[in-house]
Write a protein that binds this ligand. Structure first.
Ligand code: AMP
Length: 212
């Protein structure tokens, strides 16, 4: 095992900061599962479950899904065998009650987080990045129409909540509901910041240096 493997990490930051992109790049190195509540909710929606359909309506507007729903999903997911040796959480926690519930679940099993990586970008960059974001629905690979255009042969789609209106709502939610988890983790000495304006390679490198 190398020194970056088997950690319990969280990626936090505004929508469009690059959490999903970085998580996909990091999990191979870290040898832990990528746990994205957004991906889990989109999968539930695609399956047409009641939870997925209810969540989908909120997601399209840029609203948050209720805490008890996502906390339940994550509690179950981190109890799966593949997460026993660590995990990379992306998009969770997104509220202070979610952060507290995660803490309680880990403490109960005598576990702790290794680090919370805060990918920082400004609101103006968020809107540019998100409205240009495209994804390959088959592989999950993420592109940007200008900054990282997909190869011609790759069919990409735009997420339903990547419209300007939904992004504005998501930013308000981020500042009101998610930003309060930053001081929560800072007080515990777990928070590590990286400059999310840098290239994806530079951000990956900075994160690997932080967690090594
Ligand atoms: P993401 O893929 O992380 O950008 O999440 C997309 C959408 O899923 C969010 O805008 C929320 O509607 C919902 N969602 C994802 N994770 C959470 C969470 N931890 N708490 C509440 N809602 C969430």
């Amino acid at each position: 095992m190398t020194d970056v493997e088997g950690k319990r990490l969280i990626l936090v930051g505004p929508p469009g900061a690059g959490k999903g992109t970085q998580a996909k790049r990091l999990v191979d190195r870290l040898k832990v599962p990528h746990i994205s509540t957004g991906d889990m909710l989109r999968a539930a929606r695609a399956k047409g479950t009641e939870l997925g359909l209810k969540a989908g309506a909120l997601m399209d507007k840029g609203e948050l899904v209720p805490d008890d729903v996502v906390i339940g999903l994550v509690r179950e997911r981190i109890a799966e065998p593949d997460a026993a040796g660590g995990f990379l959480l992306d998009g969770f926690p997104r509220t202070r009650p979610q952060a507290e519930a995660l803490q309680a679940a880990l403490t109960k099993d005598n576990l702790q987080l290794d680090a919370v990586v805060f990918i920082e970008i400004d609101d103006d960059d968020v809107v540019d990045r998100i409205t240009g974001r495209r994804q390959n629905p088959e592989t999950g690979d993420i592109y940007h129409v200008d900054m990282n255009p997909p190869p011609e042969a790759v069919k990409v789609v735009q997420r339903k909540d990547d419209t300007e209106n939904a992004v504005r709502t998501r930013l308000v939610k981020y500042h009101n509901e998610t930003a309060p988890i930053i001081p929560f983790y800072k007080e515990q000495g777990l928070l590590r910041g990286v400059d999310g304006r840098k290239s994806p390679d530079e951000v990956t490198q900075a994160i690997l240096e932080i967690i090594t």
